[in-house]
Design a protein around this ligand. Structure first.
Ligand SMILES: [Ca+2]
Ligand SMILES: [Ca+2]
Length: 150
């Protein structure tokens, strides 16, 4: 008898837009869509887990503003809480029970500041998301949004 463990499900996240060409220091609403191939999407719950940047919130040059992201607002304001960084200077992470949407709502939203250091090589925001299956298991996903240097 031959037993094959099924491959663990993989969640895919996309960001729209995923590149911020005009670094005008304003917030841009980013739509994060998470899908899990092979799963019944209507039974899954979704949330944004964290947002991080490869640049500090402040001290990166002229016009630098903080805070550089928010879980609030946008076209699909699932989230009602904003968090300050808990684990590192450049990553805001939700506590375990926060941010879960209603089942099937796989369109999430965050605000990201269109900003990057003039001295750097462009900013990379990393948005981490999670999917919870009906049995409570959680599948991670992540996507990046770039603020390129011209
Ligand atoms: Ca900033
Ligand atoms: Ca960089």
């Amino acid at each position: 008898m031959h037993i094959v463990n099924p491959a663990p499900p993989t969640a895919l996240a996309t960001a729209t837009p995923d590149i911020l060409l005009n670094p005008n220091h304003k917030y841009v609403s980013i739509l994060i869509t998470v899908t899990v191939p092979g799963e019944n999407m209507k039974k899954l719950r979704f949330r944004l887990l964290s947002v991080s940047s490869d640049e500090p919130w402040n001290g990166t040059g002229d016009g630098d503003k903080g805070v550089d992201w928010s879980f609030n607002s946008g076209v699909n304001p699932i989230f009602t809480e904003s968090h300050t960084p808990q684990y590192s200077f450049t990553e805001a992470v939700r506590s375990p029970s926060h941010g879960w949407g209603l089942p099937g709502r796989n369109e999430l939203c965050t605000l990201l500041r269109a900003e990057r250091s003039g001295r750097g090589d462009g900013r990379v925001y990393t948005i981490r998301a999670e999917v919870m299956r009906p049995d409570g298991t959680v599948i991670p996903a992540s996507v990046q949004v770039l603020v390129p240097k011209k």
